[in-house]
Design a protein around this ligand. Structure first.
Ligand code: PLP
Length: 393
C-alpha cells in the first residue's frame, strides 16, 4: 500500500481503538432504548450517564449541564438560534467574528435574514479578537456574543476568559465554539465565563455525528429539535448510545493524556515550522506564533496555488488542507486568511497541516522534503514568479 501521512486532524481524527472497543457492545447486545422502563434499558441509560460525566470533566462542568447533540454544527446552531430566540425581548443584536466556522457564520447570516443584526468582529493580523474590539461593538440591544475558543484554520487561541468576562459584566450571553480546542488545551467553562459551549467528538478521536452543548445552569434556551423528552426535554430523539459512549471514552482519554500529547504535538509543530520557513523562501506562517493550538501549522507560499500544492502532496501520500471553499466551480480563498489581512493572492497559496499524536519527526522530514521540491516545481510554472525573479536579476 502507498504510504500515507495524515496531517489533517482538524478535519477529523481516527477513532481510537479503545474508543471503538467501548462503543461496539452498544451496537450489538446492549441495544436497549435508554428511555424504556425495564432493567435491560438501564444498561444504555447508565452508559450515557457515565459518558456525560466524562465529557463534563473535560470542561470542568457538572454532568447535568451537558446535552448531547448530533455533532458540533448542531450544537452551534442550537446555541445561536435558540439563544437569539429566547432573548429577543431584550434586543436583536449579535456579535461574532469574521473567522468563525461556517456552522456559526451561516447561522448568523440566517438570523440576519430573520431580522437580527450581526456585527462581525475583525481579528488582528494573528487572528486574535481583542477584548477592546468586543467592548466597542457592544450595544444596548446586544443579546449574544459568539467567539470560537480556537480557530480551525490558523489555530489561534482566543482570549476567551476576558471576552466572557466582558459579556458577564453586561448580562450578555456568551457562546464559544470549542470544537477545535477541546482535548487540545485545558478548558473550564465556569472559570472562562462561558454560558454556552459547543463540542464535537470526532475532532478528539471519537466518532463522527455526536457532540454536545454545555448550557450553564440558569440559562434558559429552548430546544432546537422538538420531540420526545430526551436530554431533559432539551434535545429530542432517541440517543445515539454508541456514539455517546465513544464520545465519553474519547473525552476521558483526552483529559488523561492532554499534557503529554500537547507537548509532543507542539514539538513536531515547531520543528515543521522552523524547517519550512528556513528551507522555502517567500513562505510565511499564518496565525499567532504563541497563542496557537499545539497541532496547528498554516503556511502561505508566494507564487503558488494552494489547491495545486494539495493535489501534488496527495500524490506523495500526504493529507493536508487549504482553507479555500469551492463555490460554484471556482475556488474562493479562505475567509479566515482574508480576515487576518492577507492579500487574495497570498491567501490562495496557503496550506494547513494539523498534527496528531501518531505523527513522527521522520514524517515531518518527509513532508518538508516533498514541500521543498513541489513548491519549487510549481513556482517554475508560475508566470508571476518568473516576472518576479527576472525583475530581481
Ligand atoms: C469541525 C468543526 C465544527 C463542526 O463540527 P461537526 O461535528 O463536524 O458538525 C464546528 N466548529 C469548528 C471550529 C470545527 O472545527
Amino acid at each position: 500500500m502507498k504510504r500515507m501521512i495524515y496531517l489533517d486532524h482538524a478535519a477529523t481524527t481516527a477513532v481510537r481503538p479503545e474508543v471503538l472497543k467501548a462503543m461496539i457492545p452498544y451496537f450489538g447486545e446492549k441495544y436497549g432504548n435508554p428511555s424504556s422502563i425495564y432493567d435491560f434499558a438501564s444498561i444504555s441509560k447508565t452508559a450515557i450517564r457515565s459518558a456525560r460525566s466524562a465529557v463534563a470533566s473535560l470542561i470542568g462542568a457538572d454532568e447535568r449541564d451537558i446535552y448531547f447533540t448530533g455533532g458540533g454544527s448542531e450544537a452551534d446552531n442550537w446555541a445561536i438560534k435558540c439563544a437569539a430566540e429566547a432573548y429577543s425581548h431584550r434586543g436583536h443584536h449579535i456579535i461574532t467574528s469574521k473567522i468563525e466556522h461556517h456552522a456559526v457564520l451561516h447561522t448568523c447570516q440566517y438570523l440576519e435574514r430573520c431580522g437580527y443584526s450581526v456585527t462581525y468582529l475583525t481579528p488582528d493580523e494573528s487572528g486574535i479578537i481583542s477584548p477592546r474590539a468586543l467592548r466597542t461593538a457592544i450595544r444596548p440591544d446586544t443579546i449574544l456574543v459568539s467567539i470560537m475558543t480556537a480557530n480551525n484554520e490558523i489555530g489561534t487561541i482566543e482570549p476567551i476568559r476576558e471576552l466572557g468576562q466582558i459579556c458577564r459584566e453586561r448580562g450578555i450571553l456568551f457562546h464559544t465554539d470549542a470544537v477545535q480546542a477541546l482535548g487540545q488545551i485545558p478548558m473550564h467553562a465556569e472559570k472562562m465565563n462561558i454560558d454556552l459551549l459547543s463540542a464535537s467528538a470526532h475532532k478528539l478521536q471519537g466518532p463522527k455525528g455526536v457532540g454536545c452543548l454545555y448550557i450553564r445552569p440558569g440559562i434558559s434556551i429552548g430546544p432546537l429539535i422538538h420531540g420526545g423528552g430526551q436530554e431533559r426535554h432539551r434535545r429530542a430523539g432517541t440517543e445515539n448510545v454508541p456514539g455517546i459512549v465513544g464520545f465519553g471514552k474519547a473525552a476521558q482519554l483526552a483529559l488523561a493524556e492532554m499534557n503529554t500529547r500537547a507537548k509532543k504535538e507542539r514539538e513536531l509543530r515547531d520543528y515543521l515550522i522552523r524547517s519550512v520557513l528556513s528551507q522555502i523562501p517567500y513562505s510565511r506562517l499564518n496565525g499567532s506564533p504563541s497563542s496557537r493550538l499545539p497541532g496547528n501549522v498554516n503556511f502561505s507560499f508566494q507564487f503558488v496555488e494552494g489547491e495545486s500544492l494539495l493535489i501534488m502532496l496527495d500524490m506523495e501520500g500526504i493529507c493536508a488542507s487549504s482553507g479555500s471553499a469551492c463555490t460554484s466551480g471556482s475556488v474562493d480563498p479562505s475567509h479566515v486568511l482574508l480576515a487576518i489581512g492577507l492579500p487574495e493572492e497570498i491567501a490562495r497559496g496557503s496550506i494547513r497541516f494539523t498534527i496528531g499524536e501518531e505523527n513522527t519527526r521522520e514524517e515531518m522530514d518527509y513532508v518538508v522534503q516533498k514541500l521543498v521540491s513541489i513548491v519549487s516545481r510549481l513556482r517554475e510554472m508560475s508566470p508571476a514568479y518568473e516576472a518576479f525573479s527576472s525583475k530581481r536579476k
